[in-house]
Design a protein around this ligand. Sequence first.
Ligand SMILES: [Mg+2]
Length: 391
Amino acid sequence: MRITDVSTIKLRYPVPTPMADAIHYMPERAVLLVQVATDDGLVGLGECAAYGGSLDSMERIVLDDLKPSLIGEDPFQVERLWSRMARRSHQRGTAGMLMQAISGVDIALWDLIGQATRTPLYRLLGGYRDTLDAYASAGFYASDKGPAQLAEEVGAYAERGFRTVKMKVGRNPEVMLNPLPDMWAPDYATATLEDDIERVRAARAAIGPKVRLAIDANNAWTPAVAVQFMRRVTDQDIYWLEEPVATDDLAGSADVARALDVPVAGYETATGLVSFRELIARRAVDIVQPDVIWTGGITLCRKVAALAEAYGLPVIPHVFSSAVASIANMHFIAALPNAGLLEFDQNPNPLRSTLFEEPIDVRPDGTVRLPGRPGLGVTLNQATVDRYRVP
Ligand SMILES: [Mg+2]
């Protein structure tokens, strides 16, 4: 089997109400899919994270920088192709956008291997489990969304059977060194630290004591602010604190992790193996959060997961994009002994809920089952692609 083509699909969904986390303003969901075709007639599917910039720039890396290393090659040599893509482009940097671009191609190669061997990908990777616990990733900032609206939102997830809910904190303009003033729409739906404490209390009250509550600061805080905040919510039984500080503040994150009883989770914004080696080895995180569409594909994320396992740490991947990101991370998680929890974005997004012929459903007990079909086990819904495709 030889690779004959690499192509992309750009999708864009303008969200009805813009949403925001601590520092990012999201008026739309933008998705770059990658398809790798072979002379056998099989087509592998992947996605490149395209956060924080244009779809076109990411598409150019895939088509101009990576595609020439793939044409005529054997997808089963995915490890070798990964190395070639990374090494031939290393003067462009060894992390960031290059890793995001490689991620999408790598997922498509693994999908091809699964299809060619007629094996579901998670079983090909080791098949540790076939069911995952989904957690409701939600509680974003939005205009006219106070603690009461937040409570109503997260309470509904608990009622639907989710056993873990995550909400946003940190959109605090008064916090020193918060990157927010430099970001898009910095005045949108902001909150003070006091407001955030009230939001956390409202969410906890709404979901009750039995549902776990995680909070995500998306790199907004300094170590001191993170520790102070967590002391103010010690009675709220927080399950984890995600990305409390800047991704490259390893020492600061390690300080926070040492100071708190609550585990520190992160860092979705890190890319490449070396970044995660440092996060893990320096004890900057207690929970490791790579993302197969962002960190470096399934090939690299498995190495991150093995590193985490060696340090006795769980892996709870970041998952926040299209249905391709969901299904690819699901296969990755299902194959790991030190994982099992799936981030399930609850914001309305047809690129997640209607992108496949086979929807990914959270069952009434809050679990999600892996498909038994070969590879990723999904088929693109052409009507959804046509509706949201951008030239
Ligand atoms: Mg996060």
